[in-house]
Design a protein around this ligand. Structure first.
Ligand code: HEM
Length: 491
């Protein structure tokens, strides 16, 4: 069998170093003892900017060199357009159609239809809805501040991000923060819960066992009928909701309108410039996008906000500076205007530094569609080679971030940003296949944080675990649980 006879000298022949693999499991076994972020940091420090690991029988080339990253994600995008299946889901009837899984022309077509859902104009129109969720959330936090003095930040922020995504995505008022057992919250939480044994299984065993996805199928069966039902109702009704579903339905036949500047978006425009007649999206594809917006949008933003509250509790001087900036931006009605919010430099820096230190997506991957010489390294990778960029480890590199373990938002202030080397800060990745929900995520996190910080103070409580224990074996950085103290501000 190819699997058992695989020659683990693949990388040695290519002249690439890396940790020693074990038969059958390659380097996967190390995940049993060490979390993914820690493993990547350890390997990057030991083996440098290019190294090889074996994911079971699959050789993965790890690249952390910024110039090479630029080539892979942006300049030579046509060669690295495809991700390898993140969740082994390409056979699943719905999950296999999510943007994260699609390949080739199907990805181009669906991305070109969904990109206009997230333009600045459409995000601005969603601002009042997000603000409404933030206000409801602050009212809930008030009770915790008065009654308990502590919050389980991971659970509660999860309720906020779920409320925002269900409101903006599907015009469903989940009011999740009123009831943490709300089925939306429960099913949103478990989407990425994968039993370890599944992750450790090699490809052939997954096929034999007919395992079609690494995502939790129960949550797929919960969300899919809901989205299908919404689609049916919308097809018949004439009412507009300005949510993701309506926007996807209406942009199906619109011209592309991507409104970024600079080199990256030039390439993105070229890549997504497909014929209007080829621009369509099927019902199953819409359901799949509805599902991935729930899945990708919830856990990532939830954990970022929870880690942010944790860092603010541990760094009171940062929290005070943020509080002062937010208070100085209120208008006469005590509100923050959308334009003002997007320009708050310290709020932006606090979130950016949280996303550096606690970046949710540990790595991104690409698959080469042809042989490719890796710049001047002397290495030519063969067609089909999987490349991974360990974002988390890059964010912890001393070379790019002095004192990388410390929370220092000032790194991201406008006057210091030029010190950050391009392609070393990648929480949303880069290039035409970067995170489609980036601006939406930043908006929801900024609105949420600005609303909370003006009314509450996060403090370190005896129950705050330092450092936080993170969940092993999933491809995201997630806290196991995260408790911080909370006090109401008197004003
Ligand atoms: C803090 C919040 C978030 C972070 C850190 C994050 C990060 C990422 C990263 C690193 C990728 C992989 C990009 C690549 O392979 O180059 C990605 C892809 C993606 N994200 Fe996000 N994300 C966040 C929130 C969201 C939200 C709110 C949505 C939707 C509403 C979303 C939807 C997606 C989708 C659909 C993809 C796949 C894009 C494609 O393959 O074309 N994400 N995200």
């Amino acid at each position: 069998m190819k699997y058992l006879t695989r020659n683990f000298n693949y990388f040695t022949k290519l002249g690439v170093k890396g940790p020693r693999p074990l038969p059958i499991f390659g380097n996967l076994w190390e995940r049993l003892f060490t979390s993914l972020p820690e493993l990547d940091i350890k390997w990057q420090r030991k083996y440098g900017k290019i190294y090889g690991v074996y994911d079971g029988n699959e050789p993965i080339l790890m690249v952390t060199d910024p110039e090479l990253i630029k080539h892979i994600l942006v300049k030579d995008f046509h060669i690295f357009q495809d991700r390898f299946p993140v969740s082994k889901s390409n056979n699943h009837p719905i999950i296999g159609k999510m943007l994260t899984e699609l390949r080739g022309d199907d990805w181009k077509r669906v991305r070109s239809v969904t990109t206009p859902v997230f333009t600045s104009v459409k995000l601005k129109a969603m601002y009042p809805t997000v603000r409404e969720s933030a206000e409801g959330f602050a009212t809930t936090l008030d009770k915790y501040a008065k009654d308990k003095g502590v919050i389980n930040a991971k659970d509660l922020f999860g309720c906020y991000t779920m409320d925002v995504i269900s409101n903006c995505g599907f015009a469903i008022k989940s009011d999740a923060f009123k009831d943490p057992n709300n089925p939306f919250v429960v099913n949103g939480e478990v989407i990425i819960e994968v039993p370890v044994w599944k992750l450790l299984l090699p490809e052939f065993a997954l096929n034999i066992l007919n395992i079609k996805t690494f995502l939790n199928e129960k949550s797929v069966t919960f969300f899919s009928p809901i989205v299908r039902q919404i689609l049916k109702i919308r097809e018949k009704s004439k009412t507009k909701s300005n949510d993701f579903i309506d926007l996807m339905m209406s942009v199906r036949h619109e011209a592309n309108c991507i409104d970024d500047g600079e080199e990256e978006s030039g390439i993105e425009k070229k890549i997504l410039n497909i014929k209007a007649s080829n621009k369509f999206i099927t019902e199953d594809e819409m359901i799949a996008q509805g599902f991935i917006f729930f899945a990708a949008g919830n856990v990532t933003a939830n954990n970022t906000m929870a880690f942010c509250s944790y860092e603010l509790a541990l760094n009171p001087e940062v929290q005070q500076k943020l509080y002062e900036e937010v208070m100085s931006s209120l208008d006469t009605n005590g509100e923050i205007d959308y334009e003002v919010l997007t320009k708050l430099a310290y709020l932006d820096a606090v979130i950016a530094e949280t996303l550096r230190l606690h970046t949710p997506t540990i790595k991104v991957g690409r698959n080469a569609i042809q042989d490719y010489p890796l710049a001047d390294t002397g290495i030519t990778i063969p067609k089909g080679q999987i490349i991974q960029i360990p974002i988390y480890a890059i964010h912890y590199s001393e070379e790019y971030y002095p004192n990388p373990e410390e929370f220092i938002p000032d790194r991201f202030l406008p006057e210091n940003r030029h010190n950050i080397m391009p392609y070393t800060y990648l929480p949303f990745s880069a290039g035409p296949r970067n995170c489609i929900g980036m601006r939406f995520a930043l908006m929801e996190m900024k609105v949420g944080l600005a609303h909370i910080i003006r009314r509450f103070k996060f403090v370190r409580s005896p129950q705050t675990e330092v450092p936080v224990t993170i969940v092993k074996n999933i491809p995201l950085k997630c806290a196991k649980s995260l408790t911080v103290g909370i006090e109401s501000r008197v004003y």
